[in-house]
Design a binder for this molecule. Structure first.
Ligand code: SIN
Length: 458
């Protein structure tokens, strides 16, 4: 059986070698998940809820161990990794509650001799494919609502970060969730995508990752008409209007842009600042960005390594493209690369223009490109002029401007004076080519439910 070496992006050393799951074993796991579904779907909601609460309790107890795994395999600083475990567990706790709140309804019929009853039922077996940037949270926000709804789930974590998933699934079993109701496979994205989208026992595919891969999965799912949820790429605009609290906007930028070294789908990718305040904003942002410490996430640092060398090279192409097209870098390319390995020092890029790569391509790295604007309608037009529609941000202290931006920005997640809008109790998800379906909130259990209605002749 082929082995997968899981690497520490801070050192490029092997943390652990694990076996890939063979195709026969993947098939067997899906079959077992299908058999488990025949029982789990009928376990009453209160019992499913209790088991999810028990899982949450165990995740809390193992918080340090899980956080260390996230740092080791994903690179993010330990404090941030602990934050991720708390965030991940907030989904388990939220859906432990929501399991008990799946409601049906009755509809008055057009004759007194009938009654119409609507009820919700679990979709079936779910195949989940999750990314490396949040090895814990992207797992729980799929697994918890699926299990709460009565589905069973087979998860394929990113090959760069499988260890957190393995531990989370082990804890779920310890909590009493049946072994075959929640399981994982170790496979390449391509293999898992092929199998999940075509397998007759899988009823739903849920994916977080790039728009390119998402489109492929949607295409492949067509043959078996799979139910799907797609959380895809972003190109978040971050607008700082002239009446904004500049210090708050700078803090919001740091929170949004440099979380996980800029490797999140909702990171500010394009920063638009009103000309009247741009100099002050850029100066204050640069001071804070240059004060961020960079290093191995196990040490006390603000920013860890990027996930691998390919990521480093991609971010460097964005930086050099901006420089070649006339932007100003707050530190030189040599200094940005000076730590070597997968580390890049963060940089503020001022005088950015729409021709520069970060303005039309997701960066996934610690760079903050700032472009100025004068007209609000024009910047809204620029912000919306993209195929993406995941997250956007704006800072303004004027409520009319704020409500206008909320109404007119075509994005699923919007932060107003808030650089960190994600929460288990809110419906995360994108518009346009950023995908469909929502994760979190009361909406987040819906993708795991089917609606049936019963017409009763009285
Ligand atoms: C993501 O960027 O993929 C998820 C970010 C979040 O949940 O806040």
């Amino acid at each position: 059986m082929t082995q997968l070496d899981v690497l520490n992006p801070a050192t490029n050393e092997v943390i652990e070698s694990i076996d890939y799951t063979s195709h026969e074993d993947i098939d067997a796991k899906i079959e077992r998940a299908y058999n488990a579904f025949q029982t789990w779907r009928f376990v009453d909601a209160h019992e499913r809820s209790a088991k999810l609460f028990k899982w949450a309790e165990l995740i809390d107890e193992h918080q340090d161990e899980l956080a260390k795994l996230v740092t080791l395999e994903g690179g993010k600083p330990l404090a941030e990794a602990k934050g991720e475990i708390v965030y991940a567990n907030s989904y388990v706790k939220w859906y432990a509650e929501e399991a008990k709140r799946v409601y049906g309804r009755t509809i008055p019929a057009n004759t007194s001799s009938k009654k119409i009853v609507v009820d919700k039922f679990p979709v079936g077996v779910v195949g989940a494919i999750t990314p490396w940037n949040f090895p814990a949270a992207m797992i729980t926000r799929k697994m918890a609502p699926a299990l709460a709804a009565g589905c069973t789930i087979v998860c394929k974590p990113a090959v760069k970060t499988p260890l957190t998933t393995i531990k989370l699934v082990e804890l779920a079993h310890e909590a009493g969730i049946p072994e075959d109701a929640i399981s994982y496979i170790i496979a390449s994205g391509r293999d898992a995508g092929d199998i999940f989208t075509k397998h007759p026992r899988i009823n739903k595919v849920t994916f977080t990752g790039s728009t390119g891969v998402g489109k492929k999965l949607i295409e492949q799912s067509a043959d078996t008409v799979k139910n799907a949820t797609m959380e895809l790429g972003g190109l978040a605009p971050f607008i700082v209007h002239k009446d904004a609290d500049i210090d708050a906007a700078v803090d919001g930028t740091i929170a949004s842009k440099f979380r996980n070294a800029g490797q999140t789908c909702i990171c500010a990718n394009r920063i638009f600042v009103h000309k009247a305040i741009a100099d002050e904003y850029v100066q204050k942002l640069t001071d804070k960005v240059h004060a961020l410490t960079i290093g191995n996430g196990l040490e006390e640092v603000d920013i860890g390594p990027l996930i691998d060398n390919e990521a480093v090279e991609k971010v460097l192409t964005h930086i050099t493209d901006c420089e070649a097209k006339g932007a100003t870098l707050s530190r030189s390319v040599d200094e940005i690369k000076s730590l070597g390995g997968n580390f890049l020092k963060p940089v503020v890029i001022s005088n950015a223009t729409l021709e520069m790569k970060p303005m039309f391509e997701e960066t996934f790295g610690p760079i903050a490109p700032v472009m100025t604007y004068e007209d609000l309608d024009e910047v809204i037009g620029i912000a919306n002029d993209t195929e993406f529609g995941l997250a956007s941000y704006f800072f303004t202290n004027d409520y009319r401007t704020g409500l206008k931006l909320f109404n007119e920005l075509d994005y699923g997640v919007i932060g107003w004076n808030d650089g960190g809008p994600s929460a288990a109790h809110a419906p995360f998800g994108g518009l346009k080519e950023s995908g469909y379906g929502r994760e979190g909130g009361t909406e987040g259990i819906e993708p795991y439910l089917e609606t049936k209605y019963l017409s009763v002749g009285l």
